[in-house]
Design a protein around this ligand. Structure first.
Ligand SMILES: [Cu+2]
Length: 174
């Protein structure tokens, strides 16, 4: 069997093994509370074959000091607002900040792309918990994918049609 055929089979097996991998997911699956986190949202396909025109992400409470990465050919919008709580960031008390980000452009279904932002995971997140970044993917032909389902206790992303991208919080290494 040729190498390429083997590679193709391997990739197919991977997709079958974890369907969630084929959805909008975060590149780094885990992070430490109290640290900065570079969120790389991976968009591996459009909406039922339609091109992606807008990627909108909701910033969870407790993820602060958020800055998105500009993207050539895409319009970047930032929605700011008050946090429910207040947090310490570099010795300053922070009570408001980025609540939502969106990139508007065009990503054909044949292509893959990433949407990046960075922030600080405050101690509001306990080790062992998962922080979710719900994403709405708007596509051509008024098609929309809502990656917003938050797994219930005992469930995983694989149990859902449209799981929200999540990052698992781990305890700092001793
Ligand atoms: Cu998918």
């Amino acid at each position: 069997m040729t190498k390429t055929r083997l590679a193709a089979l391997g990739a197919a097996a991977l997709m079958l093994a974890s369907p969630a991998l084929a959805h909008v997911t975060l590149e780094a699956p885990q992070a430490t509370a109290g640290s900065t986190y570079k969120a790389v949202l991976r968009v591996p396909h459009g909406c039922a074959g339609a091109a992606t025109l807008k990627v909108r992400v909701q910033i969870p409470e407790g993820f602060i000091g958020v800055k998105p990465m500009p993207k050539a050919g895409w319009t970047l919008d930032i929605v700011k607002g008050k946090y429910d709580g207040s947090y310490q960031l570099h010795g300053n008390t922070v009570t408001e900040g980025v609540k939502e980000l969106s990139w508007t452009g065009n990503l054909p279904d044949d292509y893959y792309d990433e949407f990046v932002f960075r922030g600080t995971l405050t101690d509001a997140f306990a080790a062992g918990s998962t922080v979710y970044f719900p994403v709405v993917q708007q596509c051509e032909g008024d098609k929309t994918e809502r990656w917003i389902e938050i797994p219930a206790d005992g469930k995983t992303a694989d149990d859902y049609e449209s799981p929200a991208p999540g990052v698992r919080i781990v305890a700092p290494a001793k």
